[in-house]
Design a protein. Structure first.
Length: 244
């Protein structure tokens, strides 16, 4: 189980309760607002908005919430004060952690994140301390229950520009350059192949094996960061056996 994509699947299984769903709705709404403010409300030419809307659809965000977030981005005061930050740090056993932040109070958020790291066996680092270990990639996850023709899927996405294709026990993982996101997404849509995850994310070059108490601390750290209101995304290079 590596940090860049599998954690989202765990969250989905454990995160059906209203409190967690409420946080997800708020965070995606904030991302839509900022995407519109930065690039306009037309998804043509605004990849960030297109990704945010795709995430909203995958999480069944109500249309009225999406429209409200778009309206905020188009001119309402809400959303104008959000500052985009990128934090880096170390988790248990020397694992690397990167965090996307949207906040209206930089000092409060920095103190909160520093506390969460220290409480769970890690520490917040300087800018650039672990960023070199990751590369930005387009990642798609297809559930085998919805589509189980491995060879057909592999040929489709490789022809569309995918860099890598991995067959897992219960899913397929497609990795591509960020600029190929739209082409692959279109091929999947044209062939009515649903994804459980489709995003541009940070993928680690290598992973760090974590076991025992460090594994528990790592999962607690990731969960605590994910649940913070100002944290949009968490990326890590941990590798934990699913049985553990």
């Amino acid at each position: 189980m590596s940090g860049h994509s599998k954690w989202a699947n765990i969250k989905r299984k454990k995160g059906a309760n209203d409190a967690i769903r409420g946080k997800v709705t708020t965070k995606i709404g904030r991302e839509i607002t900022v995407a519109v403010r930065m690039g306009g409300s037309d998804v043509t030419g605004n990849m960030r908005l297109k990704l945010a809307l795709s995430k909203a659809k995958a999480n069944n965000i109500p249309k009225e919430n999406i429209q409200r977030a778009i309206q905020k981005g188009m001119g309402a005061a809400d959303g104008s004060s959000y500052e985009e930050l990128f934090y880096e740090g170390y988790g248990p056993a020397g694992s690397a952690v990167m965090i996307d932040i949207l906040t209206d109070n930089r000092n409060r958020t920095a103190a909160d994140i520093r506390h969460l790291f220290s409480k769970n066996g890690g520490n917040l680092g300087e800018t650039g301390c672990v960023g070199w270990m990751f590369k930005k990639k387009a990642v798609f996850i297809v559930d085998r229950e919805s589509y189980d023709n491995e060879e057909d899927l592999m040929l489709l996405v490789l022809d569309a520009g995918a860099d890598d294709f991995k067959a897992e026990d219960d899913s397929f993982e497609i990795i591509a350059a960020p600029e190929d996101f739209e082409a692959i997404a279109q091929v999947l849509e044209d062939n009515k192949i649903e994804t459980v995850e489709a995003e541009v994310t940070m993928v680690p070059d290598t992973t760090v094996k974590i076991e025992g108490k460090d594994a528990i601390k790592m999962m607690n750290l990731i969960e605590a960061l994910e649940e913070h209101d100002d944290v949009q995304n968490v990326y890590s290079n941990y590798d934990i056996d699913e049985e553990e």
